[in-house]
Design a protein around this ligand. Structure first.
Ligand code: PGA
Length: 256
């Protein structure tokens, strides 16, 4: 199984943007713009936008995701949201381990792993983010670092559960900076991710895994990035907040 047989997924990561009212307007514009997509379309939105997103996306081809999930099932964790709360709402995906959470909210590879397991056990599909800083790239440790992040994130994930996992390669230096990784850099690391998953779960599982690129992907560069053999989709920040831009990226992924 190769690229054509894998699920291409374009996921918007809205970050801390859009009130519920604004979210409703954006989704109203998105629904017609992506209805002909030949790839999976996901919007990962703030917790407060999930209700409106699930309601407005119901009966459309847009799937809804959250931007984080807590690893405990329930209890005294003020301010946190569990996997069960999300699935009960109709949420399907969840972003885990985004570099902004690692950088500003003390997320570690270990908590990423705990969240991934909680998400999978709760019936959510985790989009697990990995990626290096500029200093790490310059030190030549990108591949080792990303391999380690992937291995720790997947610790305890069964082969059956892996079928619901998406991994997003997001070089930190490319996020929100307008500095996209070149298509070759994206390909190189996405292939390395597939390789380590192959070592852990076997060749067939690796070939079936959706690996996204994220980091300043936009309407202009999407086609080249998504044309690479191991880049199966994108995790889109800034460009996911504009329906027309997001739709162009979805179109690029639909072409394969
Ligand atoms: P960006 O964000 O597209 O704005 O660079 C990507 C991300 O953080 O997922």
């Amino acid at each position: 199984m190769d690229k054509q047989n894998r699920k291409a997924i374009i996921a918007g990561n809205w970050k801390m943007n859009m009130t519920p009212t604004e979210a409703g307007h954006l989704i109203d514009a998105l629904v017609p713009a992506v209805q002909g997509a030949n790839c999976e379309v996901v919007i990962c939105v703030p917790f407060t936008d999930l209700c409106v997103a699930v309601a407005k996306c119901s009966g459309t081809n847009i799937h809804v995701g959250a931007e984080n999930v807590h690893f405990e099932k329930s209890g005294a964790f003020t301010g946190e949201i569990s996997a069960d709360m999300l699935t009960d709402l109709g949420v399907e995906y969840v972003v885990i381990g985004h570099s902004e959470r690692r950088q500003y909210f003390a997320e570690t590879d270990e908590t990423v792993n705990k969240r991934a397991l909680a998400a999978l056990n709760g019936g959510l599909k985790p989009i697990i983010c990995v990626g290096e800083s500029l200093a790490q790239r310059e030190q030549g440790v990108t591949e080792e670092l990303v391999r380690m992040q992937v291995k720790i994130a997947l610790n305890g994930v069964t082969a059956e559960q892996l079928k619901n996992v998406v991994i997003a390669y997001e070089p930190i230096w490319a996020i929100g900076t307008g500095k996209t990784a070149t298509a070759d850099q994206a390909q190189e690391v996405c292939a390395a991710i597939r390789k380590v998953v192959g070592e852990l779960y076997g060749e067939d599982a690796a070939k079936a895994l959706t690996v996204q690129y994220g980091g300043s992907m936009n309407a202009k560069n999407a086609e080249e990035l998504l044309g690479k053999p191991d880049v199966d989709g994108g995790l889109i920040g800034g460009a996911s907040l504009k329906a027309d831009q997001f739709a162009i990226i979805v179109d690029a992924a639909s072409k394969g």
